[in-house]
Design a protein. Structure first.
Length: 623
């Protein structure tokens, strides 16, 4: 039976949206109701997702809003992602929404509730009608949320156009699936596996259509354009959660409906993922705009997740259960981890912007002393996204490495060894990028007048970011107990129970290949940090006091402000080495071909919306 909490989640989000729309003339009350209902809805969804993971079995039911509903482990994981980030973001928004007071704050709150409702509805729906309606509602709500920025007309239009192109491709794919099965119900689609050229056509349509929502190279053009101009808590939801809906759609169609029957599908996903990971972090390194930099890191991490998905699909096609479980475990664990640390980083950036009102890193500096809680939260997020142990990003990337190494032992392709190298290069450049970000933004001296007078943000914003810090630690240190639950999706596909953890130790199915214990690593690192401090404290002698006054030493020359390190200076050598790739950047972005459309009159996107709606009606009538 469907949990009442699932129904309560959807109802609470609708009540929050209604409160915002009906109480426009009472903005203070409307904002409290918007955030209150959204928080309650997210908490209900979080408890419902944990319940499903605890019982370990799919749940079916009916909802009058969506029709048939099916919650397997994949849907439960997505519900967990949406709800966890939702709780933190809504808590953060209680104070952050003051930034938009009198500038559409009530509308933003109402749309945020609709946005959360649409995402939850999409992952719950077990029929094409409910799934696609919620998918389209996600596009429309985020379009209006981006458009709340009065200077974002062009960016919002490009976002609308690109996502409607994706929607059109998805509609055609679903029309082919539903026509062959004779039903709009996903249960019929699962039983009626397509084969041959038609199956490959459906896979390609869905991969490209959902890929425009996921934002991997070369379909990423809207990400660095639309995400930075949205309110920061909405950017956190878009980058941390919404792009995962594209990956969810690819998994649903390619594995759930089509059975990943063709080997080349998996290799295609793996190759696109590896290229997206490397190019995403390379483009991020060149950025001075903090939110654009984070958007490009979304492209990078979507690529890493695709690598795990590709390995899992190769395992299904080759009938290699170990690859299926390891690949999908790495992909889904990184999907969850990226949602947490990327939302944390966007919220940390929002806190900085709340005080400085700029996204330019070269106008920040010295913020660690003035905004200590924000600096600590951002540091943990930066370490997690850089895959440093024992945090959660390290664990999921470790599983993807182990899946690639298991694949290389089969000796069937040169793709896996190359993918290992590309993943390693991606990790190294990610560390370099966030050393630059944290050093420029939070260390050294303030680089502007506003930076020198910054202060910590309100308590609700600090609480929201620290909540995600705690989740990063739990997902890292608690990985031996969490990973088996996430692995259950891959295990169900191959109908086999495989050990991915024993006690406090993680293992890639075979302990002779590798083992990992995040708690032991954490204790060791803590000891390496504390023992030297303890030795110094015991044996230290008299010393001169610390000196903070005066200018930095400049090798005998008089110090000038222009001598300080800039974000461009840190990566100058790398940008020179990779200049050919940076020159090719426009050719690697589908959005560059759509700039004429985004510059066209404002009704261009809505014309395309009408085309999508017509296709939707034809699909429903035709089936």
């Amino acid at each position: 039976m469907l949990s009442p909490l699932v129904m309560a989640t959807l109802l609470l989000f609708l009540l929050g949206a209604a409160a915002g729309l009906l109480l426009q003339k009472l903005p203070a009350l409307a904002n409290r109701l918007n955030s209150g209902f959204a928080l309650l809805g997210s908490l209900a969804g979080l408890v419902a997702a944990i319940q499903i993971f605890a019982q370990g079995a799919p749940v079916d039911g009916q909802l009058w809003l969506l029709g048939s509903v099916h919650l397997d482990m994949l849907s439960a994981l997505m519900l967990l992602v949406i709800s966890t980030v939702g709780v933190a973001v809504v808590l953060y928004s209680f104070a952050y929404i003051r930034e938009y007071q009198g500038k559409g704050d009530v509308t933003i709150g109402a749309l945020m509730n609709l946005f959360l409702f649409a995402m939850v509805g999409m992952v719950l729906a077990d029929n094409a009608l409910g799934f696609l309606l919620c998918y389209e509602l996600v596009t429309l709500t985020t379009y209006w949320l981006v458009k709340t920025n009065p200077d974002a007309a062009k960016q919002s239009r490009l976002y609308l156009v690109m996502n409607h192109i994706g929607m059109a491709l998805v509609l055609v794919a679903f029309w082919l699936l539903c026509r062959e099965s004779g039903s709009l119900e996903f249960a019929a689609l699962r039983e009626h596996h397509l084969a041959g050229a038609l199956a490959s056509l459906v896979f390609l349509l869905s991969f490209c259509g959902f890929g425009l929502r996921a934002g991997f190279v070369p379909l990423h053009g809207w990400l660095p354009v639309a995400e930075p101009v949205a309110p920061s808590h909405i950017s956190a939801l878009m980058s941390g959660v919404m792009v995962k809906l594209g990956l969810f759609g690819i998994l649903r169609v390619s594995i759930d409906f089509l059975g990943a029957s063709q080997l080349w599908w998996g290799y295609m996903v793996l190759i696109f993922g590896a290229c997206s990971a490397v190019l995403g972090v390379l483009f991020a390194l060149a950025e001075h705009d903090l939110k654009r930099l984070l958007a490009y890191h979304t492209v990078e991490n979507i690529g890493i997740i695709l690598m795990g998905m590709g390995i899992g699909m190769i395992g299904i096609a080759n009938q290699q259960p170990a690859l299926v479980v390891l690949g999908l475990l790495g992909a889904l664990y990184h999907l969850l981890n990226h949602a947490i640390f990327k939302s944390l980083l966007f919220m940390g950036t929002g806190s900085v912007m709340f005080r400085l009102h700029t996204r330019d890193m070269d106008k920040m500096g010295g913020l660690a002393k003035l905004m200590p809680w924000t600096a600590l939260a951002f540091l943990i997020g930066a370490m997690a996204i850089s895959a440093l142990p024992p945090l959660n990003g390290f664990v999921s990337e470790w599983f993807i490495y182990q899946a690639l190494l298991s694949m290389t032992k089969l000796g069937t392709s040169v793709v896996a060894p190359l993918a290992v190298v590309m993943l390693a290069v991606t990790g190294a450049m990610a560390v370099m990028c966030f050393v630059k970000v944290y050093g420029i933004c939070f260390c050294g001296a303030p680089r502007s007048e506003k930076a020198s007078h910054a202060r910590e943000v309100p308590g609700a914003m600090v609480a929201g970011t620290l909540l995600l810090v705690a989740v990063c630690l739990v997902l890292g240190l608690g990985a031996p107990w969490i990973a088996p639950h996430i692995a259950s999706y891959g295990q169900a596909l191959v109908d086999s129970q495989m050990n991915v953890a024993t006690g406090a130790t993680l293992l890639p199915l075979d302990s002779s290949q590798a083992i990992l214990s995040p708690p032991v690593i954490a204790i060791t690192l803590l000891g390496l940090f504390l023992i030297p401090l303890l030795v110094v404290a015991i044996f230290k002698g008299p010393k001169l006091g610390r000196r903070h006054a005066g200018t930095p030493w400049a090798c005998g020359y008089a110090y000038e402000d222009r001598m300080s390190l800039t974000s461009g200076g840190v990566t100058h050598t790398l940008r020179q080495l990779c200049a050919p790739l940076y020159r090719k950047q426009p050719q690697l972005d589908l959005a560059s071909a759509l700039h004429g459309v985004s510059d066209a009159p404002g009704n261009t996107g809505w014309i395309l919306h009408g085309v999508v709606l017509a296709l939707f009606i034809l699909m429903a009538v035709g089936v």
